[in-house]
Design a protein around this ligand. Sequence first.
Ligand code: SF4
Length: 227
Amino acid sequence: MFRILTGSDYDEVMYLQPSKLCRYLICPKMSKIELFNRLDFSQNTEGSKQAMYMGSWLHKMYYEKNGNTVNNLLLKEIRKHYGKVLQKQILIERIKVILRGKFDNLEINPVLGTVSVVEGKTTGKGRLTTRELSAALFQLQIYLFILKPILNNLGWELDKYHYLEIYDQNTYTMMKRIEVEEDMETEEMIKEIVKSFLGLSPMMLPPSYICKRCPRQVKSICGRTSK
Ligand code: SF4
């Protein structure tokens, strides 16, 4: 069971969405800007609006399933007890950090009855960059960290393997399914990231060529120019 923090344990509350927190591995500053600023994406180009639309449409198509398979019954059970948006709280430097997000899918191993967590990513560029791939894998680890106690409370155990699925936005097909084991250092990593957000440890910026793919809204707040 989670320990419920009382008001005397913390001074502030910080909400972190896994989908933005994981982008720390692309650029720490990008992650911080996306987490703590209200960004306006309404002025995006038609191309990037289309890419965002395709990404969410593919997620709906692959992961918002209905029906009475064991997988879907488990998803319904989680929603019934914990809601659609899951959360987990940890205390870091007297800040109540609340990880809050919606995972993509679960799969039940038909032989062992154990549960794998599945994270899906879409791309229209044929592949994820190395940093995008690291971020996607980290996002999966954050969901494992959130989901493990929830599944245990409901009487389920995590499988040894979990999956990152990468879909092509042009052909709507799965390009890759990567098998991943749970990383026991995830909590430590989140703590280190939060400390860097608080200015308690250095935040290393990526090489400037990474800035070329930084969202325009983020770049304008950051102010760094790409070479
Ligand atoms: S412009 Fe570069 S350094 Fe700044 S947030 Fe974007 S990727 Fe990071």
